[in-house]
Ligand binder design. Structure first.
Ligand code: F0G
Length: 460
C-alpha cells in the first residue's frame, strides 16, 4: 500500500478561530429541527464545514492590511483602480465592472445581451448561471465531452467542451439565436474538472467562425491554470500567470466570483473589451448593484479582491491547494470509498449511489450520506444529486435523476490543515464500514425552484 503523505501547509497561522465540538445527541436534535437539511444547521454547530469553497477562504495578513486602506468614497475609490490594475494584468480586458458576487456578474451580463428564446451553450453551466439564463426565457445548454459524464474515466481534462457538438448546435439553432458561448473553468458541476488550453483555443476558434462572443466563467481560473501547467504538454515551464493570460487571450470576456479564486469572502466582477456591451452592463449595474466603480462592494472589499487575485497565482499555494484535495481523495480511495477521479481542484466528490448501494435513487442516497456524516461526525457536506437536480415529469409523474449522484466535500481555501482532512477521511471510512445502517429518505416539503436549499425530509 503506497504511503499517502499529508501535504505541508505553505503558511503559518496568525489568527485562529475555535472549532466547536457537539455531542451526537445535540446533532440529532439539530438535524430534526432542520428537517434533515444540512443547509438549515447553525454553522457554529458544524465541526468541519465542507459545504462550499465559496466565500469561505481565510484571507492573508496582506489582504487584512488592505482592508484598512479601504477608500469608502462613493465614486472612484482608489481600491477600484487597484482592482482594475489586478484584473487587467491577469485577464487582459479593458473594462472591469465590480459586482457583489458571481451571480450578480452573470445577471448584469445576461441581462444586457440575451433575448427570450436565445440559447447559451457551455461545457456545464453552474446552477446560478443556468438560472440567470432561464429567468430571461433563454435556454442553457450543457455540451461537456463524454468523459465529463464518466466518473471512472481517468482523463486529465474532463471539463473540456465537445467542440464538434458545439458547432452542430450553433448551426442547428442559428447563429442569431446564440448571443454568446460560456465555458466554466474548472467545471464545478462536473466534479471540479479542468479544461485544457487546447480546448479553450478550439472553442474560441469555433465561436470566432460564427462571430459569437466567448466568455469564461472564471471562478476557479487559477486552479484551472495550475492543472494545465501540470497536465498539458508544453506548459510545464510556463508560469501560472502566463497560462492564465493565455487562457483569457482566447476569450472576449469573463464573469468572476471572487469568492473562489480571488480568496475573498465577498466580491465578483465582469470584465470584457466590447465598449458597447460594457456600456449596457454598466447601466444595468447602476440600477441594482451600485455605481460602476464599486458594484455593491465596499472599498475595502475591492482591495481584498485586488490583492487576492495576485496571491492566488502563487505556485506554492496552488501546489498545496490541489495536494490537499488529492490527499483527502487518496485516503478515501485507498480505503475503498467510491470517489470521482481524477481528483479536481476544489473538492472531493463521493459517488453516493455506490457508497450506499442499498438505497435506491428515489430515496436520495447522496442526501442520506450528508445527513449521516453530520449526525455521526459533525461534518457538513453538500449533495449534488437527486434532491438538487431531480425533476418530476408532470404532476404525480416519476422523478428523473441526474446521471451522477454525488456528495461534494468542498475544501475552503487556506482554512483547514492536513489533520482536519485526516479526521474527515477517518469519518468517511468509518461510515463506509457501517453503511448498512444508513437509511433512505423521503421529501416531505419542497419549493418549486432550487428545492435543496429549503427541502424538509424524513427517514424511511
Ligand atoms: N459559477 C460557478 C462555476 C460557481 O461555482 C459559482 C458558485 C458561481 C458561478 C456563482 O458565484 O456564488 O459568487 O454568486 N458556486 C458556489 C459553490 C456557490 O458552492 O460551488 P457566486
Amino acid at each position: 500500500m503506497s504511503d499517502i503523505k499529508p501535504p505541508m501547509e505553505p503558511f503559518r497561522i496568525k489568527a485562529v478561530e475555535p472549532l466547536h465540538a457537539t455531542t451526537r445527541r445535540e446533532r440529532e436534535t439539530l438535524l430534526a429541527q432542520a428537517g434533515l437539511n444540512p443547509f438549515g444547521l447553525p454553522a457554529e454547530k458544524v465541526t468541519i464545514d465542507l459545504l462550499t469553497d465559496s466565500g469561505t477562504s481565510a484571507m492573508s495578513d496582506n489582504q487584512w492590511a488592505g482592508i484598512m486602506t479601504g477608500d469608502e468614497s462613493y465614486a472612484g475609490a482608489r481600491n477600484f483602480y487597484n482592482l482594475q490594475e489586478s484584473v487587467r494584468s491577469i485577464f487582459g480586458f479593458s473594462h472591469v465592472i465590480p459586482t457583489h458576487q458571481g451571480r450578480a456578474a452573470e445577471r448584469v451580463l445576461f441581462g444586457s445581451i440575451l433575448k427570450k428564446g436565445d440559447s447559451v451553450p457551455s461545457n456545464t453551466h453552474f446552477d446560478t448561471t443556468r438560472a440567470n439564463i432561464e429567468v430571461l426565457g433563454a435556454r442553457a445548454e450543457d455540451l461537456v465531452g463524454a468523459a465529463g459524464h464518466d466518473p471512472d474515466a481517468d482523463e486529465p481534462f474532463k471539463g473540456d467542451m465537445d467542440v464538434a457538438r458545439l458547432k452542430k448546435f450553433i448551426e442547428r439553432r442559428g447563429r442569431e439565436r446564440v448571443p454568446l458561448v460560456m465555458m466554466t473553468i474548472t467545471n464545478n458541476s462536473g466534479g471540479g474538472q479542468p479544461v485544457s488550453l487546447k480546448n479553450i483555443k478550439e472553442t474560441s476558434e469555433a465561436c470566432g467562425h460564427f462571430g459569437i462572443p466567448f466568455f469564461l466563467d472564471a471562478c476557479r481560473f487559477a486552479e484551472n491554470a495550475w492543472f494545465i501547467k501540470k497536465r498539458e504538454k508544453g506548459y510545464a515551464k510556463k508560469s501560472v500567470l502566463e497560462i492564465a493570460q493565455e487562457m483569457f487571450s482566447y476569450a472576449d470576456g469573463a464573469t468572476m466570483s471572487g469568492k473562489k479564486d480571488a480568496l475573498v469572502n465577498i466580491g465578483g466582477f465582469v470584465t470584457l473589451d466590447d465598449d458597447a456591451l460594457a456600456e449596457r452592463i454598466k447601466n444595468n449595474l447602476i440600477i441594482s448593484e451600485g455605481f460602476t466603480t464599486y458594484g455593491g462592494l465596499a472599498g475595502r472589499d475591492l482591495e481584498a479582491m485586488a490583492r487576492g487575485l495576485k496571491e492566488v497565482l502563487d505556485e506554492d499555494y496552488l501546489e498545496h491547494r490541489t495536494a490537499q484535495v488529492a490527499y483527502l481523495g487518496g485516503l478515501l480511495d485507498r480505503a475503498g470509498v467510491p470517489v470521482l477521479k481524477p481528483f479536481g481542484g476544489h473538492a472531493v466528490y463521493i459517488l453516493a449511489d455506490r457508497f450506499l448501494p442499498h438505497i435506491p435513487r428515489g430515496r436520495y442516497p447522496g442526501w442520506a450520506l450528508t445527513v449521516a456524516l453530520y449526525r455521526e461526525y459533525g461534518i457538513r457536506a453538500v449533495e449534488i444529486g437527486g434532491v438538487m437536480f431531480g425533476r418530476k415529469k408532470g404532476k404525480g409523474g416519476a422523478e428523473a435523476f441526474p446521471a451522477l449522484e454525488l456528495v461534494r466535500l468542498a475544501i475552503p481555501r487556506r482554512v483547514y490543515t492536513a489533520s482536519h482532512l485526516g479526521y474527515v477521511a477517518e469519518a468517511l471510512i468509518d461510515l463506509h464500514k457501517n453503511r448498512d445502517k444508513v437509511r433512505g429518505l423521503r421529501i416531505v416539503r419542497e419549493s418549486p425552484f432550487l428545492r435543496h436549499f429549503t427541502a424538509q425530509l424524513e427517514e424511511v
